[in-house]
Design a protein around this ligand. Structure first.
Ligand SMILES: Cc1ncc(COP(=O)(O)O)c(C=O)c1O
Length: 446
């Protein structure tokens, strides 16, 4: 047995040992923890009682900002009335109510909602729906799934298989078989400092043609992409790219899945990215903003033709052998309905459109800040890519992240890219604070 390191503790002397933190350098963190202890509106509070401006809506979750009493009250009321109910062969009213409410904000034709517990589960659900859809129609040779390089679709085996991030894949064996990947669309040589959608790269959608030529269209079930890739550093789709992908899918009988886990619920200034781009997938996944991050939940939205294909099964048959213990959890539905009320009363699902121009101008003003090699934006998302230090990719952005936190702004970094995705309630002064802090911090990091 090896000796264990002395227990690390927080300022309040709490032990940090037992909690194995996700996607975190645990030992580094525990030596110098960054602890958030409360939140309200646009701000977190740290355990040393500093106000921290939330530049990331938590983790792309809290689109309505933090600490809404309306949401917490709704959850408390629901838990008092019905804390849990089984969701297999049983129902409870609030799950049906929430699905109806979601259908009303979804793009036209997405009339069916399947509840999950997270974005990763939503992705696995959508992939399984796509496979089972073809089978239900007697097209059972369509088993191949196509993702994209630099795609992030959560951490289930389905999601990491279609995803395109090597660190999320390399340690976990052979993954799903029968998966292929389109090339990513990130091209700084042609598109650096694009405002909004870049001009070049629509032709990359033609990779799907190459896959059809290689594998045969009749073997391909679905293509899944994030309309705007978030986790690999804000990759905005080139003009015409998603339209082209949709056309090719139609031409070859392939389903198109949008992963809207981060773009859903107002991030681009429209309720969903499908609305923003005017491109309708067959299925789309959501989570995060669905409940404002307050209770974990995800949802897959299906168009009628997908849902109806399953409803041809014999009477009494379970049409889709899939579901989660927590599908449609009452507390999550209560949080979701209260969240939708807030989105609607404050017009947050379209507020991003009002601020997008200012956001774009102010973010691109960082173009001359130290180390900056690209800036990209869409809706209320920005990506700021830094030049790397020789042999130390990601170190500079990580140091900027720590310094921003110390200076009172929460940003997110992925590799050498800073990603910003603030709550949709932000005001111009918050944008200024983010930009000023970033400029200063970038001037300080080596
Ligand atoms: C596009 C996308 N899909 C799926 C997920 C996974 O969601 P979760 O972490 O809730 O499983 C994420 C999380 O960031 C995401 O950005």
């Amino acid at each position: 047995m090896t000796a264990t390191a002395p227990a690390s503790t927080t300022r309040s002397n709490q032990s940090l040992d037992a909690y194995w933190m996700p996607f975190t350098a645990n030992r580094q963190f525990k030596e110098n923890p960054r602890m958030l202890v409360s939140a309200k509106g646009m701000h977190y509070r740290s355990d040393d009682n500093r106000s921290i401006l939330d530049g990331t809506a938590g983790l792309w979750c809290c689109n309505a900002g933090h600490g809404h009493k309306k949401i917490t009250d709704a959850v408390a009321r629901q838990l008092d009335e019905l804390d849990f109910a089984p969701s297999f062969q049983m129902g409870h009213p609030i799950a049906f109510e929430f699905a109806e409410r979601l259908k009303a904000v979804a793009p036209e034709g997405f009339n069916h909602v399947f509840f999950t517990g997270s974005g990763s589960e939503s992705v696995d659900t959508a992939l399984k729906m796509a496979l089972a859809y073809h089978r239900a129609r007697g097209d059972s040779s369509r088993t191949r799934l196509i993702g994209r390089e630099r795609g992030y679709h959560g951490v289930g085996f389905g999601g990491i298989s279609v995803g395109g991030i090597v660190n999320n894949r390399r340690h976990f064996g052979s993954l799903l078989t029968g998966v292929d990947h389109l090339r990513h669309t990130h091209d700084l040589s042609r598109n650096a400092f694009s405002k909004g959608q870049p001009d070049f790269g629509a032709d990359l959608a033609d990779d799907l043609e190459a896959m059809v030529a290689l594998h045969g269209a009749e073997t391909i079930a679905a293509v899944i992409v994030e309309p705007v890739a978030g986790s690999t550093g804000v990759l905005v789709p080139p003009k015409g790219y998603l339209e082209r992908l949709r056309a090719l899918c139609d031409q070859h009988g392939i389903l198109l899945i949008f992963d809207e886990v981060i773009t859903g619920f107002g991030r681009l200034g429209t309720p969903f990215a499908a609305d923003f781009f005017g491109v309708k997938p067959d299925l789309f996944t959501t989570a995060k903003g669905l409940t404002n991050g307050v209770v974990p939940m995800g949802a897959v939205f299906a168009r009628d033709h997908i849902h109806d294909a399953f409803m041809q099964a014999p009477d009494g048959a379970i049409e889709l052998f899939h579901g989660y213990t927590y599908s449609g959890h009452p507390a999550a539905c209560a949080a979701g309905i209260a969240t939708l009320d807030i989105y609607e009363s404050r017009k947050l699902l379209t507020r991003g459109a009002e601020l997008a121009g200012i956001w774009e101008d102010k973010m691109h003003a960082l173009r001359d800040a130290r180390h900056v090699k690209d800036i990209r934006n869409l809706g209320l998302i920005a990506g700021i890519e830094l030049a790397s230090r020789e042999g130390a990719v990601g170190k500079r952005a990580y140091e900027a992240f720590v310094k921003c936190f110390e200076a009172g702004v929460l940003i997110r970094v992925t590799g050498e890219i800073i990603a910003l995705s603030p709550p949709l309630i932000l005001e111009e002064e918050h944008i200024d604070e983010m930009v000023d802090t970033l400029r200063k911090v970038l001037s300080e990091v080596a």
